[in-house]
Design a protein around this ligand. Structure first.
Ligand code: PRP
Length: 209
């Protein structure tokens, strides 16, 4: 049985459709209920819906053989997994944003609010910039407005959240997209079905380009 952790939500539904096309269907997953685990014994696959930011934990610890996680999560938590494929979906970017009136003074410690403290730390370390890190769990955009921070490091997709809060991107740190990841032991022991999936997902990704 191949165990697959899907990120709950629209992205996960897209990913499931790709797995289905790859020959690993599980029709019961489309029933509209609150179940989280779905199995198709015949196809030898079990899917489960998890919080997108938790997918890498399930895969790293072997509760899932495969999963789909955002590059943001992989960069932030550096899980010990194989990154097999860039699926070219769930695209966004990690960026530094600030109020339009913000003027940086490089002599001063920069106050940075973010959920992604490792990404922010590495980014500013690479520039030799001293920062005061403020870890938040959400609604990051509020921090500069209330004077809690000078800038934020966050995900920007459409840019609407920034715009609605009178903030703007000042630097892009890295482009983000969804990645197919595998547990290292699972990859070895379930090589045949994983190779089938990788080949099909790679072809589907190319086709969609
Ligand atoms: C992310 C991010 C921004 C928003 C950006 O939050 O933190 O708030 O999306 O998207 P936009 O550029 O299209 O407006 P998400 O919805 O993932 O939830 P979160 O608050 O849990 O991070």
């Amino acid at each position: 049985m191949l165990n697959v952790a899907l990120p709950k939500g629209r992205l996960g539904e897209k990913v499931y459709a790709m797995f289905e096309k790859a020959g690993f269907p599980c029709p019961s997953i489309k029933e509209n209920n609150r179940k989280l685990i779905f199995e198709n014994q015949e196809a030898g696959v079990r899917y489960f819906w998890v919080k997108p930011s938790d997918v890498a934990i399930y895969v790293e610890r072997g509760a899932a053989d495969l999963g789909v996680a955002g590059k943001d999560i992989l960069l932030e938590y550096q899980p010990d997994v194989y990154e097999l494929l860039d699926l070219d979906i769930g695209k966004c970017r990690m960026a530094v944003a600030a109020q339009k009136s913000f003027r940086d003074n490089p002599q001063k410690t920069l106050r940075v609010a973010t959920k992604f403290t490792n990404i922010a730390k590495n980014y500013y370390a690479s520039m030799g910039r001293d920062i005061d890190m403020i870890h938040l769990n959400g609604s990051i955009e509020i921090a500069p407005i209330l004077g809690l921070s000078d800038v934020i490091v966050d995900i920007v997709e459409t840019g609407t959240t920034l715009k609605e809060n009178d903030l703007e991107v000042i630097e892009t740190i890295v482009p983000i997209s969804a990645r197919l990841i595998a547990n290292k032991a699972g990859f070895k022991f379930k090589q045949a079905p994983i190779e089938t999936i990788v080949a099909s997902l790679a072809a589907q990704t190319e086709e969609a380009k």
